[in-house]
Design a protein around this ligand. Structure first.
Ligand code: SF4
Ligand code: SF4
Length: 62
């Protein structure tokens, strides 16, 4: 299943990816101000990957 991987060391918690995602509640901000992605709900559109200014999101084919 394809999904999106988060590089937590690069994420600055800006939430741009959350607004870019067309699906509700897939990308969430954690208490440590990093995002997590619930891959089970992700439609793999990769809009979040394009939107992230820090290149913290990458396609995950695993
Ligand atoms: S790939 Fe698309 S559906 Fe999945 S988290 Fe990113 S924007 Fe949301
Ligand atoms: S857009 Fe990138 S830097 Fe901003 S919250 Fe999302 S993953 Fe983190």
């Amino acid at each position: 299943m394809m999904g999106v991987r988060v590089a937590e060391d690069k994420c600055i918690g800006c939430k741009i990816c959350i607004y870019a995602c067309p699906e509700p509640n897939v990308i969430k901000l954690t208490d440590s101000k990093k995002v997590t992605i619930e891959c089970i709900k992700c439609k793999s559109c990769l809009l979040c990957v394009s939107a992230c200014p820090k290149k913290a999101l990458t396609k995950d084919e695993a």
